[in-house]
Design a binder for this molecule. Structure first.
Ligand code: NDP
Length: 334
């Protein structure tokens, strides 16, 4: 899938061009390279940032494949860390096969724990899972009995934040953009409560109903009007883990948030983070997750489309809430 050119505004399927280009790929004699068959490609909101030339993150190159996180099988390897038949997760092109030359030690991770579906390494056991863990467990300083609010709660990151909050003994409410997602949060993911933010005309009043004593931790995925509604509802000394602001990514002119002084008045700590700064926590995270899986304490909802040609629409769909759970694509058709 070739990236056409830098964009502004909402991404469109036509910004990505399915292309059939048959080339011979092999591991050069004596090289450190790894030849991969890509199995599952991850569709993530941050990829929108890579479609702009002036972003916080390096851009895709026009005329070259889109790239992102994926789960792959090693077909051949000149690299001592990987052998034929291994499964790995890391960054690859949106293509059926990839030749990774001299992979950086952090770029590909060998998958040793296979008691769960392999696709989980694009979600709950991959980048979004680590994001939920770092943002909630490491940065938001949660304590038993606290009240937690999560926006975009049914997505790749949010559904896990809710589960971590419950495991910590917190009261947790999530918001999402449809009845189906709200039902999922309440009946499957284990949120104490949930609401459809699209049906609420006064979000601040809605939050007041769910959190009469205030929100101790807000896990921010959305930004804009949502953040503005949260601020008056924060409890004294609350924490806001700023994971993302998806409502802002496609706007030419970002929404102004007019009540930021409430951070001072309520002594709130608001902290943004990028998961790329916290990769060293992955082994600790994985150990914790293995234990939780063994105890049957985790659920995860995935939304899979079939075939590389379906991936662009799935990526674009993140910005209208088309996905239910973690969005990913296989590389081969059904
Ligand atoms: P999701 O799986 O949650 O998919 C995105 C969801 O966002 C959509 O399904 C939709 O759900 C919601 N959404 C889209 N547009 C809007 C809007 N305008 N207003 C409100 N909600 C909207 O994505 P992820 O879980 O992968 O990512 C969640 C957040 O975490 C994003 O902001 C992302 O950028 C961020 N992130 C940050 C990282 C970091 O390092 N800081 C790493 C990974 C993710 P709905 O139907 O509920 O509206």
């Amino acid at each position: 899938i070739i990236f056409r050119d830098y964009i502004s505004g909402f991404p469109k399927e036509s910004d990505m061009k399915p292309t059939i280009d048959t080339i011979e790929l092999k591991v050069p004699e004596g090289s450190n390279s790894v030849l991969l068959k890509n199995l599952y490609l991850s569709c993530d909101p941050y990829m929108r940032g890579r479609m702009a030339s002036d972003s916080y993150i390096p851009a895709f190159t026009p005329g070259k494949p889109i790239f992102g996180h994926a789960v792959s099988e090693v077909l051949d390897s000149g690299n001592p860390n990987f052998k034929k038949g291994d499964y790995v997760w890391g960054l690859v092109g949106w293509e059926q096969y990839s030749l990774i030359e001299n992979p950086h030690p952090m770029a590909l991770t060998k998958i040793d724990y296979t008691d769960v579906p392999l696709s989980y390494y694009t979600g709950i056991l991959g980048m979004p899972g680590l994001t939920a863990y770092v943002g909630f467990n490491e940065l938001a300083s949660p304590k038993k009995g606290e009240s937690v609010y999560v926006s975009a709660a049914s997505g790749a990151v949010g559904q896990l934040v809710g589960q971590f909050a419950k495991l910590m003994g917190c009261y947790v409410v999530g918001s999402a953009g449809s009845k189906e997602k709200v039902d999922l949060l309440k009946n499957k993911v284990g949120y104490d409560d949930a609401f459809n933010y699209k049906k609420e005309h006064d979000l601040a009043a809605t939050l007041k109903r769910y959190f009469p004593k205030g929100i101790n931790i807000y896990f921010e995925n959305v930004g804009g009007k949502m953040l503005e509604a949260v601020l008056p509802n924060m409890a004294l000394h609350g924490r806001i883990a700023v994971c993302g602001m998806i409502s802002q990514y496609n706007l030419e002119q970002p929404d102004g948030v007019h009540n930021l002084f409430l951070l001072v008045a309520k002594r709130v700590r608001m902290e943004g983070f990028l998961i790329s700064d916290h990769q060293h926590l992955y082994p600790k995270f994985l150990e914790m997750m293995k234990q939780l899986f063994m105890e049957g304490k985790l659920v995860y909802v995935e939304d899979m489309v079939e075939g590389l040609e379906s991936a662009p629409a799935a990526l674009v769909g993140l910005f209208s809430g088309r996905n239910i759970g973690k969005q990913k694509s296989t590389t081969l058709g059904a």
